[in-house]
Design a protein around this ligand. Sequence first.
Ligand SMILES: [Zn+2]
Length: 339
Amino acid sequence: MRALTLIGDRKLELRDAPPAPPPAAGEVQVRVKAVALNHLDLWGFRGMAFAKRQLPLVVGVEASGEIAAVGQGTDFKAGQPVVMYGGLTCGVCKACREGRDNLCENIGGIMGFHVDGFARDLVNMPARLVVPVPEGVSLRDASCAPIAFATVEHMLFDNAKLQPGETVLVQAGGSGIGTVAIKMAKAIGCTVITTVGDDAKAEKAKALGADHVINYKTERFETLTRKLTNKKGVDVVFEHVGGEGFNGSLLVLKRGGRLVTCGSTAGPTVQFNLMQLFQQQYKIFGSFGATLANIRTSLAKMAEGLTPVIDLEVPLAEFERGLARIESRQVFGKVVVLF
Ligand SMILES: [Zn+2]
């Protein structure tokens, strides 16, 4: 079987791997059909000094597929469409028992990043980390559920507790998760302001339903956001960029506003004014990944028509072209690798 393997920083090789063994009790074997790309893939591909991992490593952190074989004691059926949870949680710690899978106390690594991932023809998974795909959702779209959709679901609803009618600023609205955030916030009747890096993306973000789109390269998003909200500011900021824009993200919050972040693609270290934080009673939420429940909710939303924006589809052999598309920041929506 094929396995796309990272053998060094920025060095991928499509290898012929030995076939996966039959699934053990409590496991299922999944024939992978689509891998969706994320910034996490890019971090892994470039090589990260702080990530504990050993190369060679099969890449791919987010995927869908079909059940190829079932082990004893599982409820899945051959041919059933599924997605996989890529965090190797223990299933028994307090966090796991309470459904906070992303905060597992004994996590064995993230597949495709710390340990072998999904960019291979067959993968054996613990059945408890496999989620059925509802009828009417394509495997291409479903591949965007475990990370892109579920992460946004966790950020906006579990952490920031976004309510219908609120105003939200979505930073980098053209990114994979940015496009999802725009659609999810609009779906519950929020006013959405979003930032993008060029005018072509601005058109696309408008078409997605964003009420106001700011090209942050030509306009100051802080000034414009305050103007658009009659100087009140927004209820929630959806952050995943960090770097120099982070302070602006805090500044555009209304008093008591919430900022939720899951990323730092423009830089992990920021400085901000502590007095501003407590005087305005801002709330800052870190948000890491998602829970299995977030994945189920995401798939249910897809079944109701809230589908991902697909920027580019590539075959497995062109995985690297997909990564380059994300790295170039030309992307609008998700890049999906089809098997
Ligand atoms: Zn656990």
